[in-house]
Design a protein around this ligand. Sequence first.
Ligand SMILES: Nc1ncnc2c1ncn2[C@@H]1O[C@H](COP(=O)(O)OP(=O)(O)OP(=O)(O)O)[C@@H](O)[C@H]1O
Ligand SMILES: [Mg+2]
Length: 240
Amino acid sequence: MIEIDKVHKSFGKVEVVKGVSMTVEKGEVLSIIGGSGSGKSTLLMCINGLEPIQGGAIRVDGIDVHARSTNLNELRKRIGIVFQQWNAFPHLTVIENVMLAPRKVLGKSKAEAEEIAVRQLTHVGLREKLKTFPGKLSGGQQQRMAIARALAMSPEYMLFDEVTSALDPQLVGEVLDTMRMLSDEGMTMILVTHEIRFARDVSDRVAFFRKGVIHEIGTPDQVMGNPSRPETAEFLKSTH
Ligand SMILES: Nc1ncnc2c1ncn2[C@@H]1O[C@H](COP(=O)(O)OP(=O)(O)OP(=O)(O)O)[C@@H](O)[C@H]1O
Ligand SMILES: [Mg+2]
């Protein structure tokens, strides 16, 4: 379970997350929607300890992410994160890219890492691309490779930050399908997305961020089907 408890986050004097609280249960899919600059990416960075916080706490299975005693490297093994773009090592093949973290971070043997990489790349539909170089993949294939790379660490949680927004429209579907598959398999996920219809479809709950706070949170039917606040309705209208 991920517990976000009255979290405040500032960059210098500018507070961008202003007292956000929510919990994500095991197996749950939570989508974060909201306008540009509302603090969505910042919160994701705080969840896996890429950014310090100035108030409140974030706990992952009871472990305080920002406590001095917390081993962030250990924690991050359990939280996979996929961004809009991931720069793979261009001189390594797809399979070699995916093998890196299991080898270096988990200390797996070459054979074990290979087995893991083949399994995860097959899982995301890239069985045919193992020996290809990343530069030869389409944008959608590159994002699926990034997902496979995160899955190769056997994470318990996955965070996705607008993984489809840099893609040509015709490539979005294959990446969304991969995320849908993970959710069907019971992966606990937090996804920041502009794909409103997808979020509505795949999420257990949706949080609408506005100006650093959760303006509205609830089931997709509540937040998207029957928003209780005018700003939520306005935002949704602006997305199509
Ligand atoms: N490293 C940083 N240093 C200073 N300010 C930052 C930094 N990262 C983000 N910010 C600011 O924090 C605010 C929230 O940014 P954030 O990236 O979390 O927004 P977002 O909701 O993800 O927006 P978008 O939908 O455009 O991705 C913005 O005003 C941004 O300029
Ligand atoms: Mg962002």
